[in-house]
Design a protein around this ligand. Structure first.
Ligand code: MN
Length: 376
């Protein structure tokens, strides 16, 4: 079991240049709730009254999800979070020496004192607390163990292990989470960033090591290279680890489009799981194998995402696929004609950078049928 905490509305919106309208925020929250995402991190109350207002509006929708907000581990942020009517405040505190010394200009003991002092304060205001360990990846491991023990003692329900700079690999992630898991009983959330393209891999490693929760964002939106994509984590957990995140994956494509449009960040055609082209096949060998037995070239069915695989004609098509495509247009090709059409399709693909449509295929055929072949 792994519990997804989707932070599209917080870390996702922290992407440089991205800001959602209130209507977009509400639509995204409701869409995630509808497919069963159990937790949502929905904003940063310390940003001010407008942010608090939209957070309160989402909290007032009566959704089934647990709601979290993000703040720093300080009095003003805790007080702002207390005005939001949410379930959990993730209170962020740097835990690496580089951040403690060069950002806060403090010492390790000061960090532990903040935890002892401020977590009870947040609890008194009626919120549950997740301690967000900023830059956990670079923290001294012995100190990090003291941090999580202090968080547990102070009453935190969760520790968020933030790979803030996205610098871990799955092996290091596993070891660090394993060590934390052995030290405390509270929930552990992995918050991975994708700077090296490893956010999903690190998230899976953390869950295998005992993390109970995973931060994700739709399309992997988030600061810099973004966070672990919701769609990748959910599908990889299901198909690689046999772990059910209890999310209706058939809704992921529509949510991906919604977030792409609200964020102004289009989804690459080859983006895993939700990209337009990830179930499209062209090469003769693959199309032939797929038609014989889908599992030859498909690890999971696109139907899990409410999608279908698609075959297109292009440079790598075989004459079988060409004949099939023309047959669907009511044109029966001889072997010779199929080869000639394939030449035209290849030429088209090189210059147009896309598959030909029905009108173009018809044109290739008529063009070839009304003129003698050019002399070679
Ligand atoms: Mn982050």
């Amino acid at each position: 079991m792994a519990t997804i905490n989707d932070t599209t509305l917080r870390d996702g919106e922290q992407t440089a240049g991205v800001a959602f309208t209130d209507d977009e925020k509400i639509a995204i929250a409701q869409a995630l709730d509808r497919i069963g995402v159990p937790e949502l991190e929905i904003g940063v109350p310390a940003m001010g009254p407008a942010e608090i207002e939209i957070i309160r509006a989402i909290a007032g929708l009566g959704m089934g999800t647990t709601l979290m907000v993000w703040g720093r581990m300080c009095e003003p942020d805790i007080d702002a979070a207390a005005r939001c009517n949410i379930d959990i405040a993730n209170l962020s505190l740097p835990v690496s020496d580089i951040h403690i010394e060069h950002k806060l200009r403090r010492e390790r003991d000061w960090i532990l004192k903040r935890i002892e002092l401020l977590i009870p304060r947040a609890l008194d205001l009626g919120m549950e607390v997740s301690l967000g360990g900023e830059d956990s990846s670079r923290a001294d491991m012995d100190f990090l163990l003291r941090v999580v023990e202090a968080a547990q003692k102070a009453g935190a329900r969760r520790f968020r292990f933030a790979d803030t700079l996205g610098l871990l690999d799955p092996f290091d992630t596993y070891q660090r989470i394993r060590a934390l898991r052995g030290a405390v009983d509270i929930e552990i959330e992995i918050h991975a960033h994708n700077d090296l393209g490893l956010a999903t891999a690190n998230t899976l490693a953390a869950i295998r090591a005992g993390a109970t929760h995973a931060s994700t964002t739709v399309n992997g939106l988030g600061e810099r290279a973004g966070n672990a994509p919701l769609e990748e984590v959910v599908m990889a957990l299901r198909h690689l680890h046999g772990v059910d995140a209890a999310i209706d994956t058939r809704g992921l494509s529509a949510i991906s489009q919604l977030v792409a449009s609200a964020s102004g960040r289009p989804v690459a055609a080859n983006k895993s799981i939700v990209g337009e082209a990830v179930f499209t096949h062209e090469s003769g060998i693959h199309v032939d194998g797929l038609l014989k037995h889908a599992a030859n070239y498909e690890h999971f069915s696109p139907a899990e995402l409410g999608r279908q695989h698609l075959t297109v004609l292009g440079k790598h098509s075989g004459s079988h696929a060409v004949k099939d495509a023309y047959a669907r247009l009511g044109i029966v090709l001889s072997n010779d004609e199929a080869r000639r059409m394939l030449d035209k399709i290849r030429c088209h693909a090189m210059f147009a950078k896309r598959a030909p449509d029905a009108a173009e295929l018809t044109f290739f055929y008529l063009d070839g049928a009304t003129r003698p072949p050019l002399p070679v």
